[in-house]
Write a protein that binds this ligand. Structure first.
Ligand code: PLP
Length: 385
C-alpha cells in the first residue's frame, strides 16, 4: 500500500487548514428536520426546496413506478433503457419548459458534462462565469475548447472575451441561473442579448431555479421576454423536484444531437423507474400548487430581513432560498456551524475549494416545510453563537 501513503500527509494538511471534509449519516425527518447521531435538527442544508421529496403523492407515484417497471432501467436509453416512464418524463419536461424536446441524464452533473462537451471542442471557445458550479467548469474542461473565465456576472468582461474569441469556430457562454453558493441571479436577459449579438450559444444551468423562479416556476429563463433561440436550459430533478436525475430542454435538433454525442447520456444507464415516477408527480404538483413557491419566497424574504435586523449581511436575491452569510476564515466558519448544531440547527460551513479563498461562509437553505418559528429560532441562535 506504500504507493498510497502520500494520502495520509495530504489528509493531515487538509485537517490543519480546516479544510478536511467528512460525511455523516443524516436521516431525513418530516417538517424540514433531520437526525444526525441521535440529535434532531432543523435541516437548513437541504435542496428539497418545495418539500416534495417527502410528499405522499410523490412517494406513491414512485412506488407505482417501481411496481410497473422494476427497480432499474436495465440499460442505457439508446439500448433498451428508455421505457414508457422515461418517454413520459421527457415529454412532461419539454412541456414544462415549453421546448420541443428534452433529454434525461443520470444526474444534473452528468447533464452539464455531457451537454457542454457535445456542443464545443478544440478550436472553439467556452466562456464561463467565475462562480459557475463545479459541474459546468468540469464540462468546459472536458470539452477541450479554450476556456475563458469572466468575473462573476461581469458583462463587460464577457463582452471583451467575446470580442477576443471572434476567430473561434463556435462560442458557448455557460452560466448558473441562480448561483449555488451565493444565491444571486445571472443577468440572463443581458446574457441572451450578448449571445445574440455575437452569435454565441448560451447554456443556462437552472439547478436551483427550476420550480422556484419564473412566474410559474419554470426557472429564471421564464422571466425572459425576448428571443430565447440561443438559450439552452439544463436542470436537475434532484433539487426542487425532489427526485434524482438531470435533463436538458431545447429544440428537437439540439436534443437529437445530444442523444448522438453526449457521452454521459450514451454510456450510462437510464434513470430508475422510481426516479421518473416521482419526478412526474412532482412536476404536476409544482403546476398545481404555486403556493409552495410563494411560501419559499416569503420565508427567504423574512429570514433576510430578520438577519439584517440582527446585524448580519446575507447575500443573494431577496426571494432566493439560498441565504449565505460570509464568515471568511474556514476554521471560524466551522466553529459557527458547530455552535448552531449544538442549538439544533444544521447549517453547513462552505469552504474552499467550493468557494474562493477567504469566502468561507454559512449557507442556509430554506424549504417550504420549515415552520416559521424555526427560522426565528435560527436568528436567535446566531445571536447567541
Ligand atoms: C446541484 C447542482 C448540479 C448537479 O445536479 P445533480 O443532479 O445533483 O447532479 C448542477 N449544477 C448546479 C448549479 C447545481 O447546484
Amino acid at each position: 500500500m506504500a504507493a498510497f501513503d502520500w494520502i495520509h500527509d495530504e489528509l493531515a494538511s487538509l485537517e490543519q487548514a480546516g479544510l478536511r471534509r467528512s460525511v455523516r449519516c443524516c436521516e431525513p425527518l418530516p417538517g424540514g428536520r433531520c437526525r444526525i447521531e441521535g440529535q434532531t435538527l432543523v435541516n437548513l442544508a437541504s435542496n428539497d426546496y418545495l418539500g416534495l421529496a417527502s410528499d405522499p403523492r410523490v412517494i406513491a407515484a414512485g412506488v407505482a413506478a417501481l411496481q410497473q417497471s422494476g427497480s432499474g432501467a436495465r440499460a442505457s436509453a439508446l439500448v433498451s433503457g428508455r421505457g414508457p416512464l422515461h418517454v413520459a418524463l421527457e415529454r412532461a419536461l419539454s412541456q414544462f419548459e415549453r421546448t420541443e424536446a428534452a433529454v434525461l441524464f443520470p444526474t444534473g452533473y452528468a447533464a452539464n458534462l455531457g451537454v457542454i462537451a457535445a456542443l464545443v471542442e478544440a478550436g472553439d471557445t467556452v466562456l464561463c462565469d467565475r462562480l459557475n458550479h463545479a459541474s459546468l467548469i468540469d464540462g468546459c474542461r472536458l470539452s477541450g475548447a479554450k476556456l475563458r473565465v469572466y468575473s462573476h456576472t461581469d458583462l463587460t468582461g464577457l463582452e471583451s472575451e467575446l470580442e477576443k474569441s471572434r476567430p473561434s469556430r463556435r462560442r458557448l457562454i455557460v452560466t448558473d441561473s441562480v448561483f449555488s453558493m451565493d444565491g444571486d441571479l445571472a443577468p440572463l436577459s443581458q446574457l441572451v442579448n450578448l449571445a445574440d449579438d455575437y452569435k454565441a450559444m448560451l447554456v443556462v444551468d437552472e439547478a436551483h431555479a427550476t420550480g422556484i423562479f419564473g412566474p410559474t416556476g419554470r426557472g429564471l429563463h421564464e422571466e425572459l421576454t425576448g428571443n430565447r433561440a440561443h438559450c439552452l436550459v439544463i436542470g436537475t430533478l434532484s433539487k426542487a423536484i425532489g427526485s434524482q436525475g438531470g435533463f436538458v430542454a431545447g429544440s428537437q435538433a439540439v436534443c437529437d444531437w445530444i442523444r448522438n454525442r453526449a457521452r454521459t447520456q450514451l454510456f450510462s444507464t437510464g434513470l430508475t423507474p422510481a426516479a421518473c415516477g416521482t419526478a412526474l408527480a412532482a412536476l404536476e404538483i409544482i403546476d398545481r400548487e404555486p403556493e409552495r413557491r410563494s411560501r419559499v419566497h416569503d420565508q427567504a424574504q423574512q429570514l433576510r430581513s430578520a438577519l439584517r435586523s440582527a446585524g448580519h449581511q446575507p447575500l443573494g436575491d431577496e426571494r432566493c432560498p439560498i441565504v449565505p452569510l460570509i464568515i471568511g476564515d474556514p476554521v471560524e466558519a466551522v466553529r459557527w456551524s458547530i455552535r448552531l448544531m449544538d442549538q439544533g440547527y444544521l447549517v453547513p460551513a462552505i469552504r474552499p475549494p467550493t468557494v474562493p479563498n477567504g469566502g468561507s461562509r454559512l449557507r442556509i437553505s430554506l424549504t417550504a416545510d420549515h415552520p416559521p418559528d424555526a427560522l426565528q429560532g435560527l436568528v436567535t441562535a446566531l445571536r447567541s453563537s
